[in-house]
Design a protein around this ligand. Structure first.
Ligand code: ADP
Ligand code: ZN
Length: 430
């Protein structure tokens, strides 16, 4: 099903023409921001130099740090009286960035969410529980208005009070839920404790942080849903920029709204489709806070093959942020890879924490992982064996020696929003 069939299945030639005209509009519009005037001047480029899509390479990148330097309203390109809402990033990697929206921006954003929800089969018959934070975090209001746009019955349940959330699912006959994958696991855990049926639930939308294929299986079985991955960031309005279709093989980016490039994060060189690197985005229709060649910090690749659903080119699932990547004794590891491995071992539970220390000039990684309830209450005798099994699995999949500590079920922190699984203590002075 399509929300906007014409745009969702636009031909490559028509798309490129549309992208070019929108790119030209964007490079002109950013001239309303002093920071961009200077950036263009320093690089010796003018908006008139952008005559083809590839000309975008003449323009330098924009970084998160530069946006932070503009705090709070330095990146807004319209008079403040046209800004009808403000959100901020979650501040996962530092001080939050402020983003502004015009009325048109809010309409565009709802259009994206409406496309995504329709793509995965939601209609005005659905009851949609939006279990994410409704404050400055974009996931709350973003999904809320998109859900209303397709006519679904939206429950702004927000986060917290998990038992009540579960009751709502059963009482209101909720068919679709949106939350972070970490909160999804917590909901599953509490629902099991309560013996809730969750019978009505059929779709789970999970996003805002990286999550693995094995976590998908857990969420699908324990919540009884088909799970869909949702990607976005405040700088691209919020969630909804790219979304998984029922093929579950990559996320459709909405190319009429966003021009995507993949670069080598070290050299800044542009990489061909299919190669993995950092995603660089130029939003094509953003009014209040336009950006050019924004370095997202997220690692992915563009899937070159066409999708059977006929929508545009997909992004592979985000493996993590460039700055989440841990380098342990020279080996690159994303927390999502650790998660994937842990989930393949039935005796351990679904919660873990990773600690990285530097001991005698060597990086040492310790993984604390909860045991699951059955293996905890049962044969405690062979703890050492299980510990070896977990360490062996990590060694095999990531080629990394780690110390594994098994902990009691329920003893590690649960997260309502974005999870923090890694504590890197190498920079700290003891
Ligand atoms: P912050 O950058 O402070 O976390 P945002 O709330 O805007 O602020 O979060 C956007 C970031 O969240 C993305 O850049 C990406 O790193 C991460 N993210 C969002 N959705 C996903 C997803 N589906 N998979 C992996 N990472 C995601
Ligand atoms: Zn598809």
């Amino acid at each position: 099903m399509f929300w906007n069939k014409e745009m969702e299945t636009i031909s490559q030639t028509d798309l490129e023409a549309l992208q070019l005209s929108r790119l030209k509009w964007t490079v002109n519009h950013v001239q309303n921001v002093e920071f961009y005037q200077k950036k263009f001047r320093d690089a010796g480029v003018t908006p008139a130099d952008i005559q083809h899509l590839d000309d975008i390479e003449k323009i330098p990148f924009t970084t998160k740090k530069e946006l932070r330097d503009g705090y709070p309203f330095g990146n807004i390109a319209v008079p403040m009286k046209q800004v009808v809402r403000i959100h901020t990033t979650s501040g996962t990697t530092g001080k939050p960035t402020v983003v502004g929206y015009t009325r048109q921006d809010l309409d565009n954003w709802s259009e994206l969410i409406a496309r995504n929800l329709t793509m995965i089969g939601l209609t005005d018959e659905d009851v949609f529980q939006n279990a994410v934070n409704y404050g400055l975090f974009t996931g709350g209001l973003g999904f809320h208005y998109g859900g209303e746009k397709i006519g679904a019955t939206v429950i702004p349940s927000a986060t917290g009070n998990t038992r009540r959330q579960i009751e709502m699912i059963d009482d209101f006959g909720v068919t679709a839920i949106h939350c972070t994958p970490s909160y999804g696991m917590h909901l599953a855990e509490v629902a099991e404790e309560m013996g809730a049926s969750l019978d009505s639930l059929r779709i789970g939308i999970f996003g805002a942080e990286p999550w693995s294929e094995n976590l998908r299986k857990e969420l699908e079985t324990r919540l009884g849903v088909e799970a869909f991955d949702s990607y976005g960031m405040s700088e691209m309005y919020g969630p909804g920029a790219a979304f998984e279709c029922p093929e579950h093989d990559g996320l459709h980016l909405w190319h009429d709204f966003y021009f995507a490039e993949i670069i080598d994060p070290e050299t800044g060189e542009r990489l061909p489709d299919g190669e993995k690197g950092e995603l660089v985005i130029t939003p094509l229709v953003k009014e209040a806070m336009p950006l050019v060649r924004y370095r997202t910090g997220d690692i992915t690749r563009i899937i070159p093959d066409a999708c059977p659903c006929r929508r545009g080119k997909r992004l592979a699932r985000i493996s993590g942020r460039a700055d989440d990547m841990l380098v342990i004794r020279g080996i690159n590891v994303f927390p999502s890879q650790i998660e994937h491995t842990l989930f393949s071992i039935p005796e351990v539970g679904d919660q873990f924490m990773v600690y990285v220390d530097r001991i005698n000039h060597l990086d040492e990684m310790t993984i604390e992982v909860e045991m699951n309830r059955e293996s905890f209450s049962g044969e405690l005798a062979d703890l050492a064996g299980l510990q070896r099994k977990v360490a062996g699995a990590i060694k095999e999949s990531l080629n990394l020696r780690t110390t594994v500590r098994l902990v009691e079920p329920g003893s590690l922190p649960r997260f309502e929003g974005k999870a923090r699984h890694v504590v890197d203590r190498r920079g700290e002075i003891w």
